[in-house]
Design a protein around this ligand. Structure first.
Ligand SMILES: Nc1ncnc2c1ncn2[C@@H]1O[C@H](COP(=O)(O)OP(=O)(O)OP(=O)(O)O)[C@@H](O)[C@H]1O
Length: 262
């Protein structure tokens, strides 16, 4: 089944209250344009992962709905249009790194592509570990394998929840430089949850700052930096200005009114 060349994400009054009464996400209207990378930042426990899971269709909303190029998330997942990389990489323990990545293509009913798999393994810095099983990898290496697994299907939609959480700082910087060229020129619509303002600025075109729980958008910041983005960019005044804007919005989040329209 052909998938749409590019797919944007729209959330209409999307909200989630868990059984027991915890309101994680206040009803939110969001438009994530096709082909853009958006970072979600906000205080711990504010509802970032819940919003991502709602968009992925892994969590049912209490109110509202999500549409991805006019279809539900579940429909798009079935079509193999969505890839997800979580902080907990959940690799199959009996398969090697290569086997786990290859399985993702198989599950998406795509033809095997050993060359692409080899290239991705190299790009995430796992050369020499292609035939290693997850138990023999560090947490950061497992996360990098999971990122390669998410990218190998060349999805229309890429959803990442703290994908570099267990990765050391130097490798994070290297991944922030090397990975966006894999999805950005292909027009992949990417949503990334991160605790790192630097990572948000480095990777994204737009940063949405969320308030403490229940999550609502308190700032919508454009990242007008050229691509590709070299690590040295973080020292530029333009980078620092966006980072300062995001940092100030985070600090003020508690008192800010929600933005009317995103
Ligand atoms: N399945 C669940 N049942 C009940 N409450 C939940 C469930 N999942 C999340 N929550 C609650 O919803 C709120 C938001 O959680 P969520 O994981 O979305 O926050 P987060 O911003 O991603 O946090 P962090 O930055 O610490 O990862 C929290 O109070 C959490 O305890």
């Amino acid at each position: 089944m052909p998938v749409d060349a590019q797919a944007g994400i729209t959330c209409f009054g999307l909200g989630k209250t868990f059984a027991g009464g915890v309101q994680a996400v206040a009803p939110v209207d969001l438009d994530l344009a096709a082909g853009r990378t958006t970072a979600l930042i906000g205080p711990s426990g504010c509802g970032k992962s819940t919003l991502l899971r709602l968009i992925a269709g892994l969590e049912q909303p209490t109110v509202g709905q999500v549409r991805i190029a006019g279809r539900t998330s579940a429909e798009q997942r079935r079509r193999g249009a969505i890839s997800i990389a979580f902080q907990d990489p959940s690799l199959l323990p009996w398969l090697t790194v290569r086997g786990n990545i290859a399985l993702a293509r198989k599950l998406a009913r795509q033809t095997p592509d050993p060359a692409l798999i080899g290239e991705l393994i190299g790009l995430v810095g796992l050369d020499g570990f292609a035939d290693t099983r997850p138990a023999a990898l560090s947490g950061g290496m497992r996360q990098r394998a999971a990122i390669a697994r998410a990218l190998v299907t060349q999805p229309q939609i890429l959803l990442m929840d703290e994908p570099f959480g267990a990765v050391d700082e130097l490798t994070r910087q290297q991944l922030a430089r090397d990975l966006p060229p894999l999805w950005q020129p292909r027009g992949t619509t990417t949503l990334l949850v991160t605790h790192s303002i630097r990572e948000a600025v480095m990777l994204s075109d737009r940063i949405l700052v969320l308030s403490p729980r229940p999550a609502r958008v308190v700032a919508d910041i454009e990242v007008p930096l050229p691509r590709p983005r070299a690590p040295g960019l973080a020292d530029s005044p333009a980078f620092r200005q966006v980072a300062a804007q995001a940092s100030a919005a985070l600090a003020l989040g508690e008192d800010s009114p929600p933005l009317a329209a995103q």
